[in-house]
Design a protein around this ligand. Structure first.
Ligand SMILES: Cc1ncc(C[n+]2csc(CCOP(=O)(O)OP(=O)(O)O)c2C)c(N)n1
Ligand SMILES: CC(=O)[C@@H](O)[C@H](O)COP(=O)(O)O
Ligand SMILES: [Mg+2]
Length: 622
């Protein structure tokens, strides 16, 4: 690690000779593998960007020149080269460095990312801001072929292509993979581009950028193409100067190409080809498995984990297959999250009813709406955080027309290592305000299955939220039974205090209630709320406590407050949930505890409130 140790900032890197870059890349890759295997994290994508990262920091004057990394899950080499090598052992842990770029972490992290396909917009904004401010700096967006499938990327290309007097470079990092194999016509187009345009690099930026074998191929292709008019690439039609494809692991191609491109003004587009998992054979062979592994021994690779409690994702995957078996109208839709959403088996068993639409949440929702119009029964499996992208589509295309679409909202609540960008904290608040929506929160695995069936049978838009990871260990039935619409259930009878628990908060609420001798209701429905149960509990208790793994503001507790107010009931109410701040990465149970959302925290909040409650006052701790 002789070279790597000397690099505390890209200025150190820029002092190296060109011939030192390849050994540096080898050291960086070895460090990366060792480090990620000890912390867990996004491995395959990072192994693929080692050379590109070195070349970018070598050629561009970072941080004055801006690099915006799309998704940002491939920025570990960037973090290592920009002064965070010594903190890589804290990656994605509480108080440690983030797994994504963050402006508050380093001046080299020019833009916070994690949700995909934002880089071109942000870099274009920076490039045009530099032009406006008279600052001579470059803005570079690095975007993957998966992220490129999103509408937002094309909105940005469309906007960028007409601005000639600026320094914007878009680098398409094409590894022919999303998390799972890429889908759609763009992928086919990129494959065609790759097979037919090697000589374009020579034509546009000088033959010196091509390595030997590629130069030979380029020459032959050029001979072959003599006299033929080469169709412009799609990116050229968008107004970009398209260069590529070039080998994204070959520093002798990357560095001179970037140096040449740096001289050019206007929208530039560089197509680099990389391999996901490059340099670690097991990840190269199975980039999906190594996309975001936990800790593992690099010498042995990832071992199958011992069977434990079922995850909610598995419960959903099983339910989806069972319901599909039962009902031919069911179609399953994922915006590029087949593995994460538990749809691998569904795709295998029902390939004609499986739709991976790419990283296109907005489209996924409206596409489902279209199918529902024709009598199919779409199930959109989507992470809570990514449904945020499809919000207008949910309101305007699905709910307004009261269409029969089921939303399986995975990763609801805190997600742990991915942190604030991926936390599903807002869905209860943003869904319950939409007319026609039914919103359920699962408190255990079996209830999750029942709620999915309930949502599916409901002839309008309905969502079931469930968290990342394993449940409480509840036995899961095999039937497709539903639960009564809008009905909660009493789970414990106590005195003075009634805890109204939503979803995952039922288990800690029951535990806290033992100590408090409180009543506990499993509310099940955020909407329609079981108003009857709320009023009954209000009449028989001194204090109502709502608890939810979601933002307090506007969430399920707010629904209870509204119900009390609508009935003219004035009584003490305490709303527990996630606070009005972003909760960073870390271990999810610890983070929940830090927000007072474990049994001890709930009990402590109630005890404190009982000590100072003025009867007949409505209070909340929003
Ligand atoms: C809006 C949004 N939807 C889904 C995801 C989940 N996601 C993270 S990385 C990824 C695949 C990205 O593929 P690509 O851009 O080609 O990068 P690669 O992993 O191949 O390096 C997906 C779907 C996300 N981060 N953001
Ligand atoms: C970068 C990204 O968005 C995904 O890779 C995400 O980190 C996956 O999260 P899960 O591990 O919860 O599926
Ligand atoms: Mg890719």
């Amino acid at each position: 690690m002789d070279l790597l140790k000397k690099i505390d900032a890209p200025s150190d890197l820029r002092r190296l000779s060109r011939s030192q870059l390849k050994p540096l890349a080898d050291e960086l890759r070895a460090f990366l593998l060792d480090s990620v295997s000890q912390t867990g994290g996004h491995l395959s994508s990072n192994l693929g960007t080692v050379e590109l990262t070195i070349a970018l920091h070598y050629v561009f004057n970072t941080p004055d020149d801006r690099i915006v990394w799309d998704v940002g899950h491939q920025t570990y080499p960037h973090k290592i080269l920009t002064g965070r090598r010594d903190r890589m052992d804290t990656l994605r842990q509480r108080d440690g460095i983030s797994g994504f770029p963050r402006r508050d972490e380093s001046p080299f992290d020019t833009f916070g990312t994690a949700h995909s396909s934002t880089s071109i917009s942000a870099a274009l904004g920076m490039a045009l801001a530099a032009r406006t401010l008279g600052e001579n700096r470059h803005a570079v967006a690095v975007i993957g072929d998966g992220a490129m499938t999103a509408g937002m990327a094309f909105e940005a290309l469309n906007n960028a292509g007409v601005h000639e007097d600026m320094n914007l470079l878009v680098i398409l990092n094409d590894n022919d993979m999303s998390i799972s194999p890429p889908v759609g016509a763009l992928n086919r187009y990129l494959a065609r581009l790759m097979s037919g345009r090697f000589y374009a690099a020579a034509r546009n930026v000088g033959k010196s950028v091509l390595p030997g074998p590629m130069l030979e191929l380029a020459k032959r292709l050029e001979e072959h193409a003599k006299g033929m008019v080469l169709p412009a690439t799609m990116f050229e039609e968008f107004g970009f100067n398209y260069i590529g494809p070039i080998d994204g692991h070959d520093l002798d191609s990357l560095v001179p190409t970037l140096q040449n491109l740096k001289q050019l003004k206007g929208p530039q587009f560089l197509h680099v080809v990389t391999k996901k998992g490059q340099g670690y054979k097991l990840a190269e062979a199975d980039p999906v498995l190594y996309h975001g592994p936990g800790k593992f021994n690099p010498a042995e690779g990832i071992k199958p984990s011992a069977p434990g409690k079922k995850t909610y994702t598995q419960v959903f995957g099983q339910w989806l297959c069972d319901m599909a078996q039962n009902d031919k109208r069911l179609v399953g839709i994922t915006p590029a999250m087949r593995e994460g959403s538990g749809m691998v088996e569904f795709e295998q068993r029902f390939p004609d009813r499986y739709y991976d639409v790419g990283i296109a949440e907005q489209h996924a929702v409206t596409f489902a709406a279209g199918m529902a119009c024709e009598g199919l029964k779409p199930v959109v499996a989507i992470y809570s955080t990514f449904l945020q992208r499809g919000y207008d589509q949910l309101i305007h295309d699905v709910a307004l027309q009261n269409l029969d679409v089921t939303f399986a909202l995975d990763r609801a609540g805190l997600v742990g290592a991915d942190g604030a960008t991926h936390a599903g904290n807002y869905d209860m608040a943003f869904l319950r305000c939409i007319p026609n929506m039914v919103v359920m929160a699962a408190s255990d695995e079996n209830e999750c299955r029942q709620m999915l069936s309930t949502a599916y049978q409901y002839p309008g838009p309905a969502a079931v939220r469930y968290p990342r990871g394993a449940g409480v260990g509840a036995a899961v039935g095999t039937d497709l039974d539903t639960i009564p619409m809008g009905k909660g259930e009493l789970r414990r009878s106590g005195k003075r205090v009634a805890i109204l628990a939503f979803g995952t908060m039922l288990a800690p609420a029951l535990k806290a209630a033992e100590e408090l001798n409180a009543t506990v209701a499993n509310m099940r429905f955020v909407k329609p709320l079981d108003t009857g149960l709320v009023l009954e509990l209000a009449a028989s208790h001194d204090l109502l406590v709502t608890v939810e793994e979601g933002c307090i503001m506007g969430g399920a507790g707010s629904a209870v407050a509204e119900a009390l107010a609508a009935a003219g009931v004035v009584m003490p109410l305490m709303q527990l949930g996630l606070p009005d701040r972003f909760v960073d990465h870390g271990d999810a149970p610890q983070l929940l505890a830090s927000c007072g959302l474990d049994a001890a925290g709930i009990a402590a909040s109630v005890r404190q409130r009982l000590g100072k409650t003025e009867p007949r006052l409505v209070v909340s701790n929003v």
